[in-house]
Design a binder for this molecule. Structure first.
Ligand SMILES: N[C@@H]1[C@@H](O)[C@H](O)[C@@H](COP(=O)(O)O)O[C@@H]1O
Length: 325
């Protein structure tokens, strides 16, 4: 797993959006082979979405062949309610980019058959060949999507009762009124997220620092469902400095040092591009050879200088050396 630490929310958003853009562009999606992207809601990804919109407007990112699956949705909240995840996604991302409406998948929390809605969602993911990149966020109790503490780490899309802590945390979106927050939601399971070929989780703020430490420094545990990312072959967490508050200093330094080595190999803008990676490795090799040559050269020069110095020097040692010659 990789951990990328950035200064603040702004930098985390910029890095994450750049990462998503690069992954989509490298994939070169087509109608026959679309890029399948998993997406979260919440305040954490808003900055990422706004930057993705900027990339789109600048002509650097095309959503024509991108298919999305959202993580979750409240049960019983009208689709056009300002706090429904449908409204959230259209307001912050979809209506500003050229995504096709039929390519957007958001669970219907008003379906008459919620169980069927969930199994259909899983089947649709499979039909499209699985999710390429799942972008996620977490709650302060470490839940990913709405997989509250105690959720099975092999869980699939299903109806879920929300934890009181989550209801409290989300009350801010309902005018601070806990009674207005839906108590049930549809959510992808932990296994649905972990089945993606790549999982990238955005974590910001001191209130999430305990969850991050549980996820990074302790074992895989259903009480902190995001910790399942430890078992993922391609897991990435992008967090801000505040979110690292509960981590050991050595943990943060360790991951930062890995990032430095990584950056020195691939360069800051070549996120995972195989071709560029190889080219940069070759460049790095050539640079290292050049450095070795220069070092050798300067050592030889030093020796020569020392000899000259000895020859002309008048101190006793130098005199002896000179006479030996
Ligand atoms: N179901 C969502 C999660 O998917 C999201 O990760 C979490 C964090 O929200 P925020 O980013 O606002 O802290 O909120 C809700 O619980």
């Amino acid at each position: 797993m990789r951990l990328i630490v950035r200064q603040d929310y702004e930098e985390v958003s910029a890095y994450s959006a750049y990462y998503v853009k690069e992954r989509i562009n490298q994939f070169k999606p087509t109608a026959e082979r679309p890029f399948v992207l998993g997406l979260p809601t919440g305040s954490s990804p808003i900055g990422v979405y706004h930057k993705l919109v900027d990339f789109h407007k600048a002509g650097e990112l095309n959503f024509q062949h991108v298919v999305t699956f959202n993580m979750d949705e409240y049960v019983g909240l009208p689709r056009n309610h300002p706090q429904s995840y449908h409204s959230f996604m259209w307001n912050h991302l979809f209506k500003h980019v050229n995504i096709k409406e039929e390519n957007v998948h958001i669970l219907d929390g008003n379906s008459e058959d919620l169980d069927n809605e969930c199994s259909k969602f899983e089947a649709d993911i499979v039909k499209l060949g699985g999710i390429e990149l799942f972008l996620g966020g977490i709650g302060p109790d470490g839940h990913i999507a709405f997989n509250e503490p105690g959720s099975s780490l092999t869980s699939r899309t299903r109806v879920k009762t929300l934890a009181y802590e989550t209801i409290m945390a989300n009350a801010r979106f309902f005018g601070g009124d806990v009674s207005k927050v839906p108590k049930l939601a549809l959510t992808v399971g932990v296994a649905t997220v972990m089945d993606a070929r790549e999982v990238c989780v955005v974590i910001t703020g001191a209130h999430k620092s305990l969850a991050l430490s549980k996820c990074l420094e302790e074992g895989v545990n259903h009480m902190w469902t995001v910790s399942a990312i430890q078992m993922h072959p391609k897991g990435l967490i992008i967090c801000d400095e505040d979110a690292t508050l509960e981590l050991h200093v050595k943990t943060v330094r360790y991951f930062k040092s890995i990032e430095h080595v990584h950056q020195s190999i691939i360069g800051p803008h070549n996120l995972g591009l195989q071709g560029n990676l190889l080219r940069n490795m070759v460049d790095a090799n050539q640079a290292a050879k050049r450095r070795r040559r220069l070092m050798l050269q300067s050592l030889l020069n030093d020796e020569e200088e020392e000899e000259n110095h000895n020859y002309f020097s008048s101190d006793e040692d130098a005199q002896k050396k000179r006479h030996k010659k």
